[in-house]
Design a protein around this ligand. Structure first.
Ligand code: ZN
Length: 226
């Protein structure tokens, strides 16, 4: 008979790599017969025993993650958190200096937290819903810090400041070409956006576009690249 740990991993895998306790319970209920009376408590305890994000972590396998500040009871599989694939036109050691700012931007902004938030959204753009399919069967999305991390904005690297976007909507947001509406964003359980970040975007970037024409953001404005 499979262990609880195995069943929890299988359940989360079947659910796309992250899910709420309720969804995990429902999937395990489907996978396993003859559940003992206290099985939900066992599942909760095993998840917390096997996650360094939990106070109950036993210093063993670190299979699961949660995101602080995100809705409680949402768990993910660490093995499902993927690095953003490197574009084929950005080989290591590319001698073309014009490529460097782009490469640096993609890597620096792809924080550990951003990768987890993208998993929660299954790489679906929070504006249009598109998840870009790649040739290996995986999907691609980008994480946008609504209030940019860099100077002079110093936005926080928190879930409430991160939007999961397709590349088109990422560019439109970076350049302030569109304003954001909180109630128009696609959401998943547990991940909510801070209205103050939306207001910052709309005032600092989108309104400037209307007054002065397109404006580069996320540090691009520092190099005069307007
Ligand atoms: Zn989109």
């Amino acid at each position: 008979m499979a262990t609880w740990d195995h069943d929890i991993v299988t359940a989360l895998s079947n659910l796309g790599g992250s899910a709420s306790y309720d969804a995990i319970y429902a999937e395990i209920d489907r996978l396993r017969d003859n559940l003992p009376q206290t099985w939900k408590a066992v599942v909760r305890r095993r998840i917390q025993d096997l996650s360094s994000d939990s106070a109950g972590f036993k210093n063993g396998d670190d299979l699961f993650f949660s995101v602080k500040g995100l809705g409680s009871g949402i768990w993910g599989l660490r093995s499902f958190v993927r690095n953003t694939p490197t574009a084929s036109d950005l080989p290591l050691g590319n001698p073309n200096p014009h490529r460097v700012p782009t490469q640096t931007y993609r890597v620096l902004r792809d924080t550990d937290l951003a990768r987890k938030i993208k998993l929660f959204h299954r790489n679906c753009c929070q504006i249009c819903g598109l998840a870009i399919p790649l040739s290996d069967g995986s999907t691609y999305a980008e994480a946008h810090h609504i209030k940019p991390l860099g100077s002079p904005h110093h936005g926080p690297d928190t879930a409430a400041n991160i939007l999961v976007l397709c590349p088109n909507h990422h560019v439109l947001c970076d350049y302030g070409a569109i304003s954001l509406q909180l109630n128009g964003l696609r959401v998943v359980q547990g991940h909510s956006i801070d209205p103050e970040m939306i207001a910052y975007h709309n005032y600092r970037f989108a309104s400037k576009t209307q007054r002065n024409g397109p404006l580069a953001t996320n540090g691009l404005e520092d190099n005069g690249d307007k």
